[in-house]
Design a protein around this ligand. Structure first.
Ligand code: NAD
Length: 310
């Protein structure tokens, strides 16, 4: 496993990171035994970065991860989030995120998380995040409840502006660097480097669009993007390569990020994704895929407050 510095935090994290959203049954039902096996297999093979949130299964993903990490918590870099509590439920107030962090610590069965990220900042009022939410995170840092602070969100320009005003240790962007969308580095690459902020790329499989099983019904992408995903999958199948493998390899080749987070809920997914680390890119196939994607390239859905979508 390759390890990379997480910005200026001093932490070294695996280039392939564990996205724990599937542990909250977000991508279909699981059980604790399967979740535990999946987490242990990842850890045994050198994956040391685990990303979770209270939102994933409304506490379930944290709870399952906490059980799986019992006794081995110190072997991982544990990142969770605050501010987003449900599909339409947000609380970015200092009191709200304190309550949320305490619940996360209980579910994760730990006294401290390595990284606390303000989750999906485009749903928040930027002034509140600057004046109230981030200062509360800084207090948690002083109290030893968290080691580092981060922001996560979808619209890149807003994420960048908010990072300028809040000075987080990390920025997590998702669905902005994969086979269909690739503007992450253009918008946040040199900025994050200049500021010493670690960049994290999540959802290399476009939240399920770039898999043979396809996305869940909750996926927010317009039909034309979902249909394009099916076309890309069919092309990969004709070339004898699963789309998930091709898509993950493409994302892993991006060196500007500290880690690439892929959601994994089952041991066979961990095994397949570990194999991709060793696989070579098929540049001919990538060219064919790029030509097919062209009409919808960099088209993305929006969410959160309209004024924050830029
Ligand atoms: P993803 O693009 O990583 O896709 C996940 C889907 O792909 C799941 O259905 C998973 O079971 C499947 N999968 C994984 N490996 C596979 C394989 N080898 N073959 C076939 N299917 C495979 O989407 P994601 O999980 O949403 O994103 C990754 C992680 O990033 C999340 O779990 C979460 O931790 C984080 N994330 C954070 C935010 C945020 O903070 N706003 C948003 C999105 C994702």
């Amino acid at each position: 496993m390759e390890y990379r510095p997480l910005g200026q935090t001093g932490a070294l994290v695996s280039a392939l990171g564990f996205g724990a959203a599937p542990l909250g049954d977000v991508y279909g039902p699981l059980d604790q035994a399967t979740a535990t096996k999946t987490v242990h297999l990842a850890l045994d093979h050198g994956i040391n970065y685990f990303d979770v949130a209270p939102y994933y299964g409304l506490g379930l993903a944290e709870e399952r991860l906490g059980v799986a990490l019992r006794g081995i918590r110190n072997q991982v870099f544990l990142a969770t989030k605050c501010g987003r509590l449900g599909v339409n439920e947000f609380d970015f107030s200092a009191a709200g995120i304190q309550t949320s962090l305490e619940a996360s610590l209980r579910r994760l069965q730990t006294d401290t998380v390595d990284l606390l990220q303000i989750h999906d900042v485009e749903f928040g009022d930027p002034n509140q995040i600057v004046e109230e939410t981030m200062p509360a995170l800084q207090r948690f840092k002083k109290e030893g409840k968290i080691r580092f602070t981060g922001l996560t969100g979808l619209p890149l320009g807003y994420l960048k502006d908010l990072a300028r005003r809040t000075h987080p240790d990390t920025l997590l962007s998702y669905a902005h660097y994969n086979l269909m969308v690739d503007d992450l580095v253009e918008v946040l690459g040199s900025f994050s480097q200049e500021k010493g902020i670690a960049l994290i790329n999540a959802s290399p499989l476009h939240l399920g669009i770039l898999t043979d099983q396809g996305p869940q019904t909750w996926h927010a992408a317009p039909a034309v993007i979902q249909e394009k995903g099916r076309e890309l999958g069919a092309l990969c199948r004709r070339r004898g390569r699963p789309i998930s493998e091709v898509a993950l390899r493409f994302a892993l080749d991006l060196n500007d990020v500290a880690t690439t987070l892929v959601g994994m809920g089952r041991p066979n997914e961990v095994e397949a994704n570990l194999q991709v680390l060793e696989a070579a890119s098929d540049f001919e196939l990538l060219e064919e895929l790029a030509a097919l994607v062209a009409p919808v390239k960099n088209r993305i859905w929006t969410q959160g407050k309209p004024e924050n979508n830029y």
